[in-house]
Design a protein around this ligand. Structure first.
Ligand SMILES: Cc1ncc(C[n+]2csc(CCOP(=O)(O)OP(=O)(O)O)c2C)c(N)n1
Ligand SMILES: [Mg+2]
Length: 551
């Protein structure tokens, strides 16, 4: 047995089923150990995609996904994925090779101090210097990655340690851990606040989307009957169709959902993580905020809760509901605002303009995606529209990144969702900018025989930045580009591609693509003039009581 085999045995012990990788020569012992293991090696066409896929595995299952690269250049390509997992609280293990550490036969060739590079991007970054420590370090890595607040861990395995004879040490057994519950004193204090509230509102934040939480949260909301809204990453954690849903805070202020937020006197913020763009801004006046989380609140200029309920979220909320159920006459005080918020969000969803409006695209996507279907977004202007307008009914069915908000993760995250859920419809939604950052992974998707539809919103521009440029009063400059012929591009990968040619063409194009199975690419031209009309002018006018029309 060598170091690599001991390492791979430790990964099997953690239940790892696949590793996403772009190997280098320093990983060859490791790759050989993988070949003789139960773990599948999935090569990707860029290390960034390997990391995005591994992180999404962690996000969707709670079990760390694993990626593997060579030293220096390959390892450096993991850094964006590391930050994606760190900010997004996604458990992931990154394994990178390194030149031998016992001698330096190649001097400093390709050597980068990756452990130092990874330290600020991870929860733990560690170089393995002795085979005997491998089982315990791997267990510690998974424990660290998977415990709250979840995140990435980096392990560097130098090639001489990988190839060195290793003692046959048994892996460290994995056992379940039950987290502590919120204390009775904290529960009493929280209950007193809620009993006193005249206009309470629940907010579901990013950590509310942890895979194990969906049922507990839905039960809590149903028992208390307090209306709720969610942050972008909290979407879907309680059924969006529930009569208590008030909207999604895709903007920090002045959106229609803020009608309710601004009138609330208590916000019960469940699982809010301040990595997200603020869903509302706390100030000197305004509602009291009760933070409910696995960990205490992070204090920011715009988030400084006055009370906290810290502990295992699901069971702690059940204890809180025990104290409150049936005792909250004001629970639904803000519910009447629903009628002012939701119809405005649904505005123009079936408009027949071509190129298509973002509202129409969101609407038509919802038509062809079943309740349990999964939509994975890249980053661009459409993210605000999907977060705001797309109604979710099942947890983790709208995967978006409102933490690092990196472009390029949409396709790999959708590929991981499709791998984990072969029976469900999975759609990647990408801008023409973000898609081209990792479009090479179409080959990986084809090789993996995934069922996946990729929708590209084509505006021939970095539309989001172009919008900000205009909203800030700058001249239109420098944000446009050309594109490949996306249909021909699809054909080059041996997959079907289509282009939506009319306003009514999107839903049937998606339906055809899903029905046929395999990987499909659908390009749809988008008309982003709605960005300014709705997200700036209309909302500004709504604040001042105007009609929202541009002059
Ligand atoms: C890796 C990365 N680079 C740059 C940005 C800044 N940025 C945010 S959105 C955006 C434009 C996205 O363009 P596209 O993918 O075409 O989507 P669109 O907004 O046009 O729909 C840019 C450049 C980012 N978030 N991530
Ligand atoms: Mg674009």
């Amino acid at each position: 047995m060598n170091g690599a085999e001991l390492f791979v045995a430790a990964l099997e012990n953690e239940g790892v089923q696949q590793i996403f990788a772009v190997p280098g020569e320093e990983n060859l012992d490791f790759v050989e150990a993988l070949r003789r293991s139960s773990i599948k090696l999935v090569v990707t066409r860029h290390e960034q995609a390997a990391a995005f896929m591994a992180a999404t595995h962690g996000r969707l299952t709670g079990r760390a996904g694993v990626c593997l690269t060579t030293l220096g250049p390959g390892a450096l390509n993991l850094t964006t994925g590391a930050a994606y997992a760190l900010l997004g609280a996604m458990p992931m293990i990154m394994i990178t090779g390194q030149k031998g550490i016992l001698s330096r036969k190649q001097a400093a060739f390709q050597m980068v101090d990756m452990v130092s590079t990874m330290r600020p991007l991870t929860k733990m970054a560690h170089q393995i210097v002795s085979t005997a420590t491998i089982p315990s370090i791997v267990r510690e890595a998974f424990r660290t990655a998977q415990e709250e607040r979840r995140g990435p861990v980096h392990l560097e395995l130098p090639e001489d340690i990988a190839g060195e004879a290793a003692p046959a040490i048994a892996p460290v057994p994995v056992h379940p851990i039950e987290l502590p519950l919120a204390s009775p004193a904290a529960l009493d204090r929280a209950a007193a606040l809620i009993l006193k509230a005249e206009r309470p509102l629940v907010m579901l934040g990013a950590a509310a989307s942890r895979p194990q939480l969906a049922e507990d949260l839905s039960r809590f909301v149903k028992r208390l009957q307090i209306p709720f809204f969610n942050t972008q990453m909290g979407k879907g954690s309680v059924s969006g169709g529930s009569g208590l849903y008030m909207g999604t805070a895709a903007l920090s202020e002045r959106d229609y959902v803020h009608l309710a937020i601004d009138r609330a006197d208590l916000i019960i913020a469940i699982g809010h993580d301040t990595v997200e763009k603020p869903p509302f801004l706390m100030g000197p006046s305004g509602p009291i905020v009760l933070h409910v989380g696995y960990l205490p609140a992070t204090v920011e200029e715009v988030y400084f809760p006055q009370a906290e309920l810290v502990g295992d979220v699901g069971p702690s909320l059940a204890l809180l509901a025990d104290r409150l159920e049936g005792r909250l006459p004001n629970a639904g005080a803000l519910l009447n605002l629903r009628g002012e918020i939701l119809p405005r969000i649904g505005d123009r969803a079936d408009e027949s303009r071509y190129p298509l409006t973002p509202q129409r695209i969101v609407h038509d996507v919802r038509q062809v995606i079943p309740e349990d279907g999964i939509v994975c977004l890249d980053n661009g202007m459409y993210k605000i529209w999907f977060a705001r307008n797309y109604r979710t009914h099942v947890a983790n069915t709208l995967l978006l990144d409102n933490a690092l908000a990196t472009m390029g993760a949409g396709l790999p995250s959708a590929m991981m969702a499709a791998m984990l859920n072969p029976g469900r419809r999975v759609l990647a939604v990408c801008g023409d900018g973000g898609f081209m950052m990792n479009s090479q992974e179409l080959e990986t998707a084809v090789r993996l025989k995934l069922n996946l539809v990729v929708l590209i919103l084509q505006d021939n521009a970095y539309g989001m930045i172009r919008w900000k440029q205009a909203a800030d009063g700058y001249p239109d400059f420098g944000m446009t580009f050309g594109n490949p012929d996306f249909v021909a591009y699809a054909h080059a990968y041996g997959i079907k591609g289509s282009r939506v040619e009319s306003a009514d063409g999107l839903a049937p194009a998606l339906e055809t693509a899903f029905s046929a199975g395999g990987v499909h690419l659908v390009a749809v031209p988008v008309d982003y003039s709605e960005n300014m009309r709705v997200l700036v002018d209309e909302l500004r006018a709504a604040q001042t009581g105007g009609d929202g029309k541009r002059g």
